[in-house]
Design a binder for this molecule. Structure first.
Ligand code: FAD
Ligand code: MG
Length: 582
């Protein structure tokens, strides 16, 4: 329904059974009942509760969401609605301007309290400041709690002299000084409140479908669910329980974060990133689940953040964006280097559509567009290919594509990772001569070709020997495989060796100019090689007893021919763009 209809259609709460306040809990992110301190506050304090969600065209990243992410969000709302239904309530969903909707509801429902989980990213500050003012105007108590991140950004800022810690290691130090993040709070006892649900609830306040929000599937594949991504707290908790078993097994073998240590790019999804992104799973529940398990399985050992390093990256990127509205842009973004990226719409289109001619990259882009989730190593491969590795196009272009298709796309986490991968911030990477080889990286990660063949059926009969560089297959092999390169599948759009050298030269020039200007690269200097290897997952950097055979030196997938090429790589087979045909 539209907010302008509200006064005439909202049922007035004639059945108030308690003199306790009428409360609205406003869901934006934090789409869960467990560990939701703002919701808990509402339930503890109120007589009557209205859980609401407002589609205002922006909420929870909906402005840029493509079909898969919108579907994930709608599933999450249905799950919440089911939870409230089980207790005699419902979720009230509106479409329209936030301030208009809230002020109408304050009047119509005689609201005295509004609660919500804090949206800590800079893009939400203005909206929430206005909402706080509205509450003052209507004499409505406004309760906002932080549980989407582990630490309250205010606390981190306060402990770092008022500015975000510029480097990852500094962030870790400050976070440690602030102290342990709070443990999850209890789930609310919904029997303590009453709900005011009318028989025409579905018609007035039901959850819209994707089409009525103007978001449609782009392809048949997006509707063919060969993935199992389903939004909502119920699924998130199910996945959490399963994932904890996997993590515990890893801890008992001396490993941490197995999803990245031993990537199984074609395997069943284990990721909780989309659930964390919408707050279907509490980050504090995950953090404490991992920490308690680690200590139980490593008696006598001290807990260090390296056991949950990935969660710290999420935290760090959130933190770095807190006061920076231009975090997702190159211009006017104080932490981002200005790199003179090329502009080439056709190259960008081919990358986005998965038509680069490099099967490893194209399979990744097909999975991204079809299913909405790709593994961390796939994100590395395709983001470096677009930016400093091959095409030299801006990370902002890549970010927009990820932002549309990823079900876990976060404003801050997405931008932080793109800046990192493109050497625009966070990394000493202008000093990093390495880039991923789009042939060898694929071969290494998808050694049996299952992944590439799944997402590029046109190559399903291409022998493994040529699968990652099919242009090298003799004509007879192409004919037999039913895939003629240049006809059925594109020729490679760039020569990787040449393209990566061009990019390297471009980056070197930036580096030289910066050095000449005497500018401090403080914001680009967090990385030591250990940090790089932890962020950019590289085989050989995760060693434990539960080996999955991925420990070969990272050299095998990197092109460092541009500077200080290792003797092993100079030798030949395995060299990208060379005569490699194994
Ligand atoms: P695990 O290894 O199990 O990690 C657990 C959780 O830690 C993740 O669910 C995620 O919440 C967090 N995490 C892991 N790696 C990172 C990281 N590098 N930065 C920040 N948080 C991390 N992740 C997002 O959640 N949203 C994004 O929009 C996003 N965009 C990315 C863009 C690029 C270019 C790259 C290279 C990475 C991006 N990532 C993003 C980070 C990462 O790829 C995913 O979080 C990860 O693949 C999720 O899988 P997982 O849950 O199995 O991760
Ligand atoms: Mg996860």
């Amino acid at each position: 329904m539209d907010s302008t209809d509200i006064p005439s259609t909202i049922p007035v709460n004639e059945n108030i059974v308690s003199d306790k306040p009428v409360c609205i809990h406003w869901f934006r992110h934090g789409l869960r009942l467990h560990d939701n301190p703002a919701l808990l506050d509402a339930v503890e304090d109120c007589g009557e509760l209205y859980p609401i969600f407002i589609f205002d065209g922006e909420v929870a990243g909906t402005r840029t969401a493509g079909y898969n992410r919108m579907r994930f969000l709608l599933e999450s709302l249905h799950d919440l609605d089911d939870h409230f239904s089980n207790e005699g309530g419902r979720l009230f969903v509106f479409t329209g301007n936030v301030l208009t909707t809230l002020s109408n509801l304050f009047k119509e429902w005689s609201v005295s309290k509004l609660t919500f989980d804090a949206d800590v990213e800079a893009i939400w500050h203005e909206r929430d400041t206005q909402v706080r003012r509205l509450c003052e105007e209507y004499n409505v108590e406004c309760v906002e709690k932080v549980s989407h991140v582990l630490w309250d950004p205010e606390e981190i800022l306060k402990n770092n002299g008022g500015t975000p810690p510029l480097t990852y290691s500094l962030f870790n130090l400050v976070a440690t000084a602030v102290g342990d993040p709070p443990r999850p709070v209890d789930a609310p006892d919904l029997s303590k409140v009453t709900f005011n649900v009318k028989s025409d609830h579905e018609k007035l306040f039901g959850i819209p479908d994707s089409a009525s929000l103007g978001v449609f599937a782009e392809s048949e594949e997006q509707n063919q669910r060969f993935n199992i991504w389903t939004g909502g707290e119920s699924k998130a908790l199910e996945l959490f329980r399963y994932r904890m078993k996997v993590e515990e097994m890893a801890f008992s073998c001396g490993n941490v974060m197995p999803n990245q240590a031993f990537p199984n790019i074609a395997g069943p999804p284990l990721s909780m990133s989309a659930h964390l992104r919408f707050g279907c799973l509490s980050i504090r529940k995950l953090y404490w689940g991992l920490r308690d398990a680690y200590l139980k399985l490593n008696p006598g050992k001290a807990f260090t953040v390296s056991a949950i390093g990935q969660l710290m990256w999420r935290e760090y990127f959130y933190m770095m964006s807190v006061n920076n509205k231009n975090y997702d842009k190159m211009e006017n973004n104080p932490i981002c280097l200005n790199i003179p990226w090329y502009e080439d719409k056709e190259k960008l289109r081919r990358w986005e559509q998965g038509e680069t001619g490099y099967p490893w990259i194209d399979a990744i882009m097909k999975q991204l567009k079809n299913e909405g989730w790709i593994h961390h190593v796939c994100r590395h491969a395709t983001s470096t290919f677009l930016t400093r590795g091959d095409l030299g196009l801006s990370w902002e272009d890549g970010l927009k594509v990820f932002d549309k298709y990823l079900i876990d796309a976060d404003w801050s986490v997405n931008a932080g990772n793109w800046m990192w991968m493109s050497s625009s911030a966070f990394e000493k990477v202008l000093q990093c001569p390495k880039c991923f080889c789009p042939v060898r990286y694929g071969r290494k990660m998808d050694s049996d070709g299952v992944y590439v063949r799944r997402y590029l059926p046109v190559l399903k009969d291409m022998p493994i020997r040529y699968l990652f560089e099919p242009w090298k297959a003799p004509r007879s092999v192409q004919e037999k495989a039913g895939c003629i390169i240049g006809v059925d599948y594109p020729e490679p759009m760039v020569d990787h060796r040449k393209a990566s050298k061009d990019c390297y030269n471009m980056m070197s020039e930036v580096k030289m100019k910066l050095a000449a200007s005497g500018k401090e690269l403080e914001h680009c200097g967090p990385a030591n090689s250990d940090e790089v290897s932890k962020f950019v997952w590289l085989p050989g950097t995760h060693k434990g007893n539960c080996s999955s055979g991925n420990e070969e030196l990272s050299e095998a997938i990197l092109c460092d021919g541009l500077m200080g090429m290792s003797p092993q790589m100079k030798r030949g087979p395995g060299r990208c763009g060379g005569d490699d045909s194994n």
